[in-house]
Design a protein around this ligand. Structure first.
Ligand SMILES: [Zn+2]
Length: 204
């Protein structure tokens, strides 16, 4: 059936003044033809208040499809939006999550010929004067990075300035576990080196 013929039949269909056969023809066509379906829906929204109840019943299946489709579209948009937002948050906060579960701070030390090699100096992790193991995820390990110039001597003091771990040596590429240190307490690290060069010390 041609669309133009169906278009001529649509007003009769919407008004409910056509035969069962015409209804069948129109409905069959409209099921497969988006153009005529759109045209019918447009007419129905205009006519729906003024047409008799039995025609309204005939129209109902179309309205239902329309509503269902609308809900699907809204759900799809909302899901896409949520996934995008969650994706962005996960990507952006990977660093933050890593910092919580694998905490690490680094200290960069540069020693030159001017430095007094006999004197203990403060070791600042990322410019923090003290280090606090503020979660259970800290491993309480100090690593002398493999690229460091030499072994380094460290000691640890508490807030009152008492030495809680006395002089210990870390060779480049190795770690020392500081099991005796407590959580939630401020510790002050000091270092001494024998030779000039750059050192990278990591606390994990
Ligand atoms: Zn058509």
């Amino acid at each position: 059936m041609k669309c133009n013929v169906v278009k001529d039949l649509l007003p009769l269909y919407v008004d409910g003044i056509c035969s069962e056969d015409t209804i069948e023809i129109v409905e069959e066509h409209v099921r497969d033809c988006d153009k005529c379906k759109a045209h019918l829906m447009m007419m129905q929204t205009d006519y729906v208040e003024t047409i008799p109840e039995e025609v309204r019943d005939a129209v109902k299946p179309f309205k239902k499809i329309n509503k269902k489709r609308r809900i699907q579209v809204v759900v799809a948009i909302v899901l896409t939006f949520l996934l995008t937002v969650i994706g962005a948050i996960v990507l952006h906060d990977t660093g933050a999550l890593n910092h919580i579960f694998f905490p690490m701070v680094s200290a960069h030390v540069a020693v030159d010929s001017e430095d007094n090699k006999e004197q203990w100096k403060s070791l600042y992790f990322e410019d923090q004067k003290s280090l606090k193991y503020d979660s259970v995820f800290w491993r309480k390990e100090i690593t002398n990075a493999a690229g460091s110039a030499d072994e380094i001597l460290l000691r640890v003091k508490d807030k009152e300035g008492n030495i809680v771990i006395d002089e210990f040596k870390i060779v480049p590429g190795t770690s020392v576990k500081l099991e005796t240190l407590n959580n939630k307490e401020e510790y002050y690290f000091e270092y001494k080196t024998k030779i000039d060069g750059r050192f990278l010390i990591n606390a994990t």
